[in-house]
Write a protein that binds this ligand. Structure first.
Ligand code: HEM
Length: 408
């Protein structure tokens, strides 16, 4: 039986999930010895049980030569990965999260919104002039990319430089089979980003501005330890890797779903108040992060299944979002679905996505700008097959060629 490592299952995993969920919400991927928690209730409970399912990197996993070379390059010339935030468990995690929660507040997202709207409208204007676009490269990548790049102190014109940095930061996770030479080359680019960021951290320590870097540097209270440079570097790596490709995937999935479901697009145009629910349904239907690792640090028993101590476990958000015990007709895309928001796309518990409100706002700004500007949007040419880049975690779309007709 094919499984999660099969590229065709990664491209369209939903039939596979349905088959698995029909027999049990927890299953074992035999070829990679991975336990998968795919039911929504089970994933929610397991994610909250941090004393059983740990986020710290598994010590048993042997590092590849590429990983060793990558680490050495960062250690010799920059700052090697340090376990902060997402790679820690409470109580260590709690300090990081408390300080980050002060940065990603609803008020901060409200303050950023006019600027996100402006970036979305500018990108849409360029597409309107041309009458066509490749949506991933022309919109879904630059919207979150320009926003983060500017927060880091780069000019908008430097967005390409930022993209190269972000690609380098994601390289090892996206291409685990890379050679030692490639790993060193990617780490060298990341070192360049780290030194740029180090200067920005120092600068904002002295002269804070209304940006994420300044907020991070100054997040601590009078009686709390500020983040060290090493911690700041690691946190920035997580914000870039956690916030860029995920948002790009969410924007691409939303657009792809609107094109595939003209009736739902029409409904959204007629009832703009459905925008919030549309966003939740996109995140439910096509979870940008399909799954993430944990390690069982003691024997666990989930849905009648024994998971042994030391097991690699994957919380499968993509499957949980199609759990038929929670969502009626889970494979139907329905912008009016009343419980769409009950999805697991941002995780649950201590590690619940710190950027969820920001991501939702980026999606809202994007789709309001798009539907306001274009009276029709359709595929410009047949979609490539497979539609997505292969990945066990994410579902990044390869490309999405569109033809658009601007209003009036
Ligand atoms: C649609 C877009 C996004 C999706 C689907 C998404 C998904 C997720 C998920 C599933 C987790 C839980 C990880 C776990 O349990 O181990 C998470 C955590 C996280 N996300 Fe997001 N994310 C998105 C956007 C963002 C943005 C915009 C940022 C920041 C700029 C961000 C930063 C983070 C960070 C730093 C964590 C770790 C939190 C912690 O460990 O306490 N994400 N995200």
């Amino acid at each position: 039986m094919s499984g999660l490592t099969d590229p065709s299952v990664q491209d369209d995993p939903f039939e596979y999930y349905a088959g698995r969920l029909a027999s049990c919400p927890v299953w074992h991927e035999d070829d990679i010895d991975l336990w998968v928690i795919g039911g929504l209730a089970e994933a929610r409970e397991a994610l909250q049980d941090v004393s059983t399912f740990s986020s710290t990197p598994a010590r048993s996993r042997r590092a590849s030569d590429a990983q060793i070379a990558h680490h050495r390059t960062l250690a010799e010339h920059g700052w090697p990965r340090q376990a902060t935030l997402q790679r820690t468990d409470p109580p260590v995690h709690t300090r990081y999260r408390k300080l980050l929660n002060r940065v990603f507040t609803p008020a901060a997202v409200r303050d950023f919104t006019p600027h996100i709207d402006e970036i979305a409208r500018e990108l849409v204007d360029v597409i309107a002039e041309r009458g066509s676009c490749e949506f991933v490269a022309d919109f879904a990548l630059p919207l979150p990319g320009i926003f983060i790049a500017e927060q880091l102190g780069l000019d908008r014109a430097d967005y390409r430089r930022f993209r190269r940095w972000a690609d380098a930061m994601l390289a090892l996770a996206n291409r685990p089979q890379m050679s030692v030479e490639e790993a060193i080359a990617e780490a060298t680019i990341e070192v360049e980003a780290q030194h740029f960021l180090a200067d920005e951290f120092d600068r904002r320590r002295e002269t804070p501005g209304p940006d994420l870097i300044s907020m991070l540097v100054h997040a601590h209270g009078d009686d709390e330890e500020p983040f060290t440079m090493h911690e700041l570097q690691d946190l920035m790596h997580q914000l870039v890797t956690g916030g860029f490709e995920t948002t790009t995937a969410a924007l691409s999935a939303g657009m792809w779903l609107l094109v595939q479901h003209p009736d739902q697009q029409q409904l959204l145009r007629e009832q703009p108040s459905l925008m919030g629910n549309f966003i939740e349904e996109v995140l439910r239907y096509d979870a940008p992060v399909q799954g993430l690792w944990r390690q069982a640090v003691c024997p666990a028993h989930v849905a009648g299944v024994d998971i042994p101590e030391g097991a690699n476990v994957m919380m499968r958000f993509g499957a949980a979002n199609r759990d038929p015990r929670v969502f009626d007709e889970p494979d139907r895309f329905d912008v009016t679905r009343s419980n769409a928001r009950n999805h697991s796309a941002f995780g649950f518990g201590a590690h619940f996505c710190v950027g969820a409100a920001l991501a939702r706002q980026e999606m809202a700004s994007a789709f309001v700008a798009i539907l306001d500007r274009f009276e029709s949007i359709e595929l410009a040419e047949p979609m490539p097959d497979p539609v997505h880049e292969p990945s066990i975690f994410l579902r990044p779309m390869k490309r999405l060629p569109l033809r658009v007709v601007p209003k009036g």
